[in-house]
Structures are given as C-alpha cells and as structure tokens.
Design a protein around this ligand. Structure first.
Ligand code: FAD
Length: 209
C-alpha cells in the first residue's frame, strides 16, 4: 500500500501577496482569507496568469510505489526528487530468508498488480536478486536484476502550476493505474484549503477506475 505524507506546503497568502504586487493592491488583502482565495483562482486559474501559482510549493514523502511508477513520475521535469538509492540499500535483502510466496514479507519489497502470473514472476525476480546478493555480488551489479515492481520511496517537491499539470495528466483514465492511484493520493494529501486550486484538474470518473 502506497503512503503519501505532505511534508510542507506554502501559505496561500504567499501567492495572493505575489499577485497583488502586479496590481499594487496589497491594501485589499485579507491575509489569505476568502478575498485572497478568490483572487488566486481568478488570476492563476481563470485568467491563466498561471506563473503566479509557482509561488505555492509542496513537498511530499511518497512511500511504497514501484520503480515502474517512479520512472513515470520522474518524467515530470518541473519537480524535485530525492529517491531511495538501490545502490546503497539493496543490502536490505541480504538478511532475508528465501521468498516462496507473495506474503507480507514479499509485499514489503514488491508492488502487487493483482495479475497472479505477473506477481509470481515478480516474486521469482525478487528471490533471484536475494540469491545474487547472498553470493556476494555488489549492489552496483545486482541492481540490474531488479524487477520494475520493486518498491521505492522518495521526497517529491513541485509548485502548484506543475502539480496541476501532473494531476491533470495522471488522474486521467489513460494514465497507468499505479500513477493514477498516486495522483489521487497526492490530491488527498493536500491541505484542505488548497484543494480548490487543483480540483478542476482531477478527472472525476478516475476515482472509480
Ligand atoms: C497517458 C500518458 C502516456 C504517456 N506515454 C508516454 C510514452 O509512451 N513515451 C514517453 O516517452 N512518454 C510518455 N508519457 C510521458 C509524457 O510524454 C510526459 O513526459 C510526462 O507526462 C510529463 O509531462 P510534462 O512534460 O507536461 O511535465 P513536466 O516535465 O513537469 O513539464 C511541465 C510543463 O512544462 C513545460 N515544459 C517542460 N519542459 C519543456 C520543454 N523542454 N520545452 C517546452 N516546454 C516544456 C510544458 O508546458 C510541460 O507541460 C506519457 C504520459 C501520459 C500521461
């Protein structure tokens, strides 16, 4: 099960303050209240002066996604990533007993797809990897035998403009199921009073897909 934790987010007033610099209307601010929230939506979303949304910044701690999902997430260039390194952490497998079934112990390392034959193949790859490591093969070489289902974690930061783009593309029904789950979980993790900026970018029917 993936887990998303919001590590930090900007105050909405940072964005409204930046917008008000353009019109020199700082005296009309209500310090991030209803008037400022409406201003952000009108200027940043409706008037498409979207660069103002770049002042809002978010950092998430994402755990339990596959490296297949990471590969797609990493395509979003307007974001910052710090990813768990397999080069340094593969030794976590060395102390494990052989993997024989897709139990909770295997699920600590692998994302299950629900397709039994695929999950069996992932489990075999995990066991192969464990054996390579116990034979003394270095992480730098053994990592080339990693299955795409291998779980990873990362810190991921993006500004609101880029996050809108990410949510629009990745909550779409045409997106990979796992990154769609991730996009919806990221939306859920946002501060409640920020969600109105992003809600129009969520594909509604994707929640049940
Ligand atoms: C359903 C789906 C299927 C996909 N299939 C494939 C596939 O088969 N193969 C594949 O390689 N990728 C595929 N992708 C990935 C896709 O091509 C993008 O790389 C990815 O979605 C990141 O989107 P982005 O470039 O908008 O995001 P970001 O990289 O975060 O960029 C954000 C925005 O900044 C602007 N921008 C960023 N860089 C540039 C630039 N160099 N020049 C001009 N403007 C820029 C653009 O407006 C862009 O939308 C797929 C994506 C989706 C959603």
């Amino acid at each position: 099960m993936m887990q998303i934790t919001l590590l930090q987010s900007s105050d909405l007033a940072v964005c409204s303050r930046a917008i008000r610099v353009c019109w020199q209307s700082q005296d009309k601010s209500d310090n991030g209240g209803e008037r400022d929230r409406e201003l952000i939506d009108r200027v940043g979303n409706k008037n498409k002066h979207a660069s103002t949304l770049e002042h809002l910044f978010y950092t998430f701690y994402i755990q339990g996604v596959s490296r297949a999902c990471l590969q797609e997430l990493a395509r979003h260039r307007i974001a910052s990533l710090s990813v768990k390194s397999t080069r340094y952490t593969l030794k976590e497998l060395k102390g494990e007993a052989p993997f024989e079934t897709f139990d909770d112990r295997a699920a600590k390392y692998l994302v299950a797809t629900g397709a039994e034959a695929v999950d069996r193949a992932s489990l075999a790859a995990l066991e192969n990897l464990r054996r390579l490591l116990t034979q003394g093969i270095a992480n730098d070489r053994a990592k080339y035998a990693l299955p795409e289902s291998y779980k990873t974690e990362l810190a991921w930061s993006a500004n609101a403009r880029s996050l809108q783009n990410f949510l629009r593309l990745r909550t779409s029904r045409s997106a990979l199921w796992e990154i769609r789950d991730l996009a919806l979980a990221i939306f859920d993790a946002l501060p409640e009073d920020h969600k109105y900026i992003f809600a129009p970018h969520i594909e509604p029917e994707s929640a049940g897909a």
